[in-house]
Design a protein around this ligand. Structure first.
Ligand code: PEP
Ligand code: MN
Length: 593
């Protein structure tokens, strides 16, 4: 520990300088966390890189470092057991929780390309956080290494364009790497929680360092064990609850070396020095076989999470007509009994059966800026999924055919950046497998509704399917097409009315809203409506959205573009961001049935 002076000899406000241990080398996330935290607190940390979590604790306890930092959990990968276990094993004075958004980049040496990669190195937890993105690169080996700084450094030193590293933008800069892909974590709420600590009887400046930014927000971490018996965990939680304390994290594992016992990692809001908390711990001791209080720390710096519109759940069930009788050509699609309604889950979003969802996005993915801006805007307005075509079925072979796989990758990036599941059209049997690896919902377009080979192929996947009604297809034809998918074993079919061809020329198609109540009566499958293709004219989309919701659609598919007149596909029907936001507000006033 030292105090620094400006090199000019000018007297300056002394800056507290402390040594801080972390796992890894400079350029790792832990290092970035320490730097940012020090800057925020107006102190300076001299980094002490360590080879393991345990070595971080040793560095602090032996006086080699004033402070230590360890990660304890990640929003995607879950509890980082080793972090908790080291904090539990050694007596340490926990100071603060630091929550850090992990903005992972795929890095390579200059000249490397995504297509050319054969190996990707990173910390094992980070590899897990990017599971969906890595799933789209089946030929690339994933290599776990001790930390992301090491991954970046080793790739830079190897100068091999076939090797990539997942690390931060700061690591890219430090080791001279280029970014091959951004926003590659599965979800934007990708926070890792780190704990800053010191030795229990720290002396000198380490003892004086005051980490709390706000004493009002404190958290306490515990590890407790109970015998595997009915009600044992319930008793512990009741005690905590009865003392007015909130459990903000709970995770379990088998207690090693003690048969028939389980251990629980718990974070409880509050400070052990509070009387209420102390009482709760006393009571907890009498019902646990082991209780280890890791410590109380400042928890005031948790960042906000990504905004997500709440799902609309309807609690008034409409009167249900009698189920159709006996024989049918579509036994799996037919609603067999009065209250059978399927709910298709897209991630944690339910479609159908009382839930009303809106999917927004451009007709086609045109650029990174376009799809990211649209994704952010529709998410902020309350859309729960993002649409965008990468393979476009165009009437003319000379029209823009879509960005293809590059478009799929950009759409996937926009989905990860906003946390919105993505919907995109698959046009051929050959595309199905690769598409299913990247997108959350496979769309079958109107022109392909009776491409039976394609229906069978998507029926063999586990992805939800958005099946659009063909423009010259009857309701029976649509149900038969759905039956093809269901018959292959994929139960996750969402139907979509998108307008049919009639003699009317005032609108692009004729949006057959009467299909909604008919389908709700005849099938248990969710029914969505696409007013964009149905009417084809921007200013009439709002009224049809409201009508579709009022008539019982389970959701809407709406085209939105940052600059509609410039859209490369379906420009006349694309909504501006402002139009979309207004329509979402209007929809909120209409009850769904
Ligand atoms: C689309 O959704 O962009 C599309 C091509 O729709 P449809 O298949 O209904 O014409
Ligand atoms: Mn379109």
């Amino acid at each position: 520990m030292t105090t620094t002076q400006a090199a000019t000899g000018e007297p300056q406000t002394p800056t507290l300088t402390l040594t801080a241990a972390f796992e890894g080398i400079e350029g790792s996330y832990s290092h970035a966390v320490l730097e940012e935290y020090a800057a925020r607190r107006g102190v300076k940390f001299v980094p002490v890189g360590c080879a393991s979590y345990r070595a971080v604790a040793h560095a602090v306890l032996s006086g080699k470092a004033d402070l230590g930092l360890l990660p304890i959990d990640n929003a995607i990968a879950g509890t980082i057991r080793e972090g908790y276990d080291v904090l539990a094993e050694y007596e340490l004075d926990l100071l603060a929780e630091i929550t850090w958004r992990m903005e992972h980049k795929l890095l390579g040496v200059p000249g490397a390309t995504l297509e050319g990669l054969r190996e990707i190195d990173s910390h094992p937890v980070v590899l897990m956080e990017c599971g969906r993105f890595l799933g789209t690169l089946p030929d690339v080996r994933r290599v776990p290494v001790p930390d992301t700084g090491i991954a970046a450094r080793d790739v830079a030193e190897a100068r091999d364009p076939a090797r990539g590293a997942i690390a931060s933008a700061a690591a890219a800069e430090r080791y001279g790497l280029i970014e091959l892909a951004h926003t590659i974590a599965d979800h934007p709420d990708n926070f890792t929680r780190f704990i800053l600590f010191r030795a229990p009887n720290a002396q000198g400046l380490a003892a004086d360092f005051e980490p709390a930014e706000n004493f009002a927000v404190r958290k306490t971490s515990l590890v407790f064990s109970v015998a595997d018996s009915p009600g044992a965990l319930g008793r512990c939680l009741s005690i905590i609850g009865e003392h007015g304390l909130n459990v903000s994290k709970l995770d379990s594992k088998t207690r090693l070396g003690a048969s028939g016992q389980s251990s629980f990692y718990a974070d409880v809001d509050g400070d052990v020095r509070d009387e209420r908390f102390a009482d709760a711990l006393r009571a907890l001791r009498s019902v646990t076989v082991a209780l280890n209080v890791l410590g109380t720390y400042d928890a005031s710096s948790a960042p906000p999470r990504v905004r997500r519109a709440p799902a609309v759940v309807v609690d008034v069930a409409p009167p249900i007509p009698p189920a159709p009788s006996a024989k049918t050509a579509f036994p799996k699609a037919t609603r067999q009994d009065a209250d059978a309604r399927s709910r298709v889950m897209v991630g944690d979003i339910a479609v159908g059966d009382g839930h009303f969802v809106v999917v927004g996005g451009p007709c086609s993915v045109e650029s990174r800026e376009q799809i990211l801006a649209t994704a952010e805007s529709v998410a902020a307005s309350g859309a729960v999924m993002l649409r965008g075509g990468a393979f476009k079925p165009r009437t003319s072979p000379y029209a823009f055919q879509g960005m293809g796989w590059e478009g799929v990758a950009l759409l996937a990036e926009a989905g990860r950046a906003t946390g919105l599941p993505i919907v995109s059209e698959v046009m051929s049997v050959e595309q199905v497998e690769r598409m299913a690896a990247s997108v959350d919902v496979l769309q079958i377009g109107a022109r392909n509704m009776q491409n039976f080979d394609l229906l069978k192929a998507v029926g063999k996947t586990e992805r939800p399917i958005l099946l659009k009604r063909g423009m010259a297809a009857s309701i029976d034809d649509l149900l038969s097409a759905a039956e093809y998918i269901l018959a292959e074993g994929n139960p996750n079919v969402i139907l979509c009315e998108r307008g049919i061809r009639t003699f009317e020329t005032a609108t692009r198609n004729t949006l057959d809203l009467s299909a909604v109540p008919v389908l709700r009566e005849r099938t248990h499958l969710p029914v969505m409506v696409d007013p964009s293709h149905g009417v084809g004219v921007r200013r009439w989309i709002g009224p049809l959205c409201r009508a579709a919701k009022a008539v019982g659609a389970h959701g809407l598919l709406i085209e939105v573009h940052p600059n509609p007149i410039e859209a490369r596909c379906d420009a006349d029907q694309a909504l501006t961001f402002a139009d979309f936001a207004r329509i979402m507000d209007e929809l909120a006033r209409i009850p769904s049935i």
